[in-house]
Write a protein that binds this ligand. Structure first.
Ligand code: SF4
Length: 230
């Protein structure tokens, strides 16, 4: 544990330590990875959660009771995803915070320009959130797809000046299911209706058995990422 907490202004001095810890903690339990980060940044840590499943929220709240768990409400979140977030808030006691895009009303941007829509509804609210935090916990996993295959459990995001924490980076789909089962967590109903990956309703389609699990995200477009993790 460091003598002084890491801050936005001194975080860059710890970049090598973060890289070394990413190797050392690669096989650590997700709880220990979140705790390692929280010991270094104190309460200046936030979790962004898609609520595709309950695992990340549960891991974070077990590791750091009361930790803020954020849903970025793009205005196009599935009702089932809202349901799961509220279940975890009401029955599991997570400290849920809903963040809305600034100065945006529902429109048809997703039909015309998905990059711009994701930017205003996801990336900008995230960047504003991270201006106030040194640590950022995410649910990114290597099995999500080729662009995420090298995801470390810890990294220094120099552009946002944050310690990025990916405690589930090495978890397989089977391990996610086992975790849900072990802790009897509520489940996003869409998971059992052909949606292995869940984003906004206009840009998420169900996939056929055996199909790439992110094939339903922005189907028919080149786009594979919303911009939060690039
Ligand atoms: S996923 Fe679709 S609806 Fe959601 S912010 Fe991106 S473009 Fe807009």
């Amino acid at each position: 544990m460091p003598a002084e907490l890491w801050t936005k202004s001194n975080l860059h001095l710890h970049a090598e330590e973060i890289s070394a810890a990413a190797v050392e903690l690669e096989k650590a339990h997700p709880l220990d990875i979140v705790r390692w980060a929280a010991e270094r940044v104190g309460t200046s840590i936030t979790v962004t959660c898609s609520f595709e499943d309950a695992v990340l929220a549960h891991v974070a709240a077990e590791a750091v009771p009361g930790i803020e768990i954020v849903m970025i409400d793009t205005q196009y979140v599935f009702a089932e995803t809202h349901w799961l977030a509220n279940e975890l808030k009401n029955n599991n006691g997570i400290n849920l915070r809903v963040v809305n895009p600034l100065n945006v009303t529902p429109d048809n941007l997703w039909q015309r320009d998905t990059e711009a829509c994701c930017n205003v509804r996801k990336v900008q609210p995230l960047n504003a959130l991270l201006e106030d935090n040194v640590g950022w916990v995410t649910g990114v996993r290597r099995v999500d797809g080729p662009t995420r295959a090298e995801t470390p459990v810890l990294s220094f995001d120099a552009a946002r000046s944050v310690l990025k924490v990916n405690p589930l980076a090495l978890y397989s789909d089977e391990e996610m299911e086992s975790y849900e089962y072990l802790y009897e967590l509520p489940r996003n109903p869409l998971k059992d209706r052909g949606y292995p990956s869940i984003g906004c309703w206009p840009c998420t389609k169900p996939v056929a058995p055996g199909e790439d699990k992110r094939a339903g995200r922005w189907a028919g477009q080149e786009k594979t990422e919303c911009g939060l993790h690039v």
